[in-house]
Design a protein around this ligand. Sequence first.
Ligand code: ZN
Length: 324
Amino acid sequence: MAKRSPILAAQPLSPAGSGGATGFTELGFQGGDVVTAGNLIAMMRLIWMLLALAGGLIFAVILDAAEPLQNGQQVAQAPTLTDLTGGRLPIVDLSWPLNAESVFWPGDGYEPFKLRDIATLEKDGVNSKAFSSPEHLGTHLDAPSHFEAGRLSVDRLPSESLFAPGVVVDISGPVGADPDYQVSLEDIRRFEQMHGAIPHGAVVLAYTGWSRFWKIPARYQNRDMRGQLHFPGFSAEAVDFLIRERDVRGVGLDTLSVDRGLSRDFPVHHLLGKAERYGLENLASLDKLPPTGFALFVAPMKIETGTGGPTRVFAILPSPNSSE
Ligand SMILES: [Zn+2]
């Protein structure tokens, strides 16, 4: 919201009634008088004063819209849709490009992303390709139906749920010492002590630092000798709190799964699905985001009955001039 301009606030606008009548009297224009030459001059003065007042008001409103200097500092204005569509807001693409090396969950029946030519300019006068991919490959969304019966498939997620305030909880420090680390409830509380309460309806992202292994799929999966995966995720306690107490639309991170690699029962997937929330996995560029104050636009492919799908995720940052 724009703050009230001090100029506007300083205008001694009298309420309709007594104050106005006093003003008229001071100008020498008595109620009930017939219009004489002297009163015409008084009326002209009155009109001139009203015009000047109106001009001052308009000026004040313009200043208000431009966010005037307050306490000697330029106060930033909240970004608008026009700023967004005018290309004035920085946007960070949080999606990895899809290709044959894109990492996916190493389960039975999963296959790499494939892309082939249907037609080429040389042979057909047109370029066209076809792709195939598991839903859960590369940067993607897990729909509530992924782990829970009777919950929303990806095509049925309300559009409004795909736009959300974003926050990033940085756990790259502890993950550096322990690849099995999970975002804890304590991490969430510490984040809120530093940055304020996580906004209602937010999507909470965890930056684990794991994205630096993206181009080395074996390192990204990080299997041990027995085939057990080791990478960080969210704890069930933290996600339960975020759903119940912060009504988050979803959570996301820069690893293969919202449940850590060690998990066998996938409690975070179940919690999200039961509550009709979504998960975002294999996100990129989380290190380019501030902890708070940005908006997310989550655009999964609209696969009818899909349990998830490849997703373009954008973070829209406030203007660089913003004080927030
Ligand atoms: Zn998934």
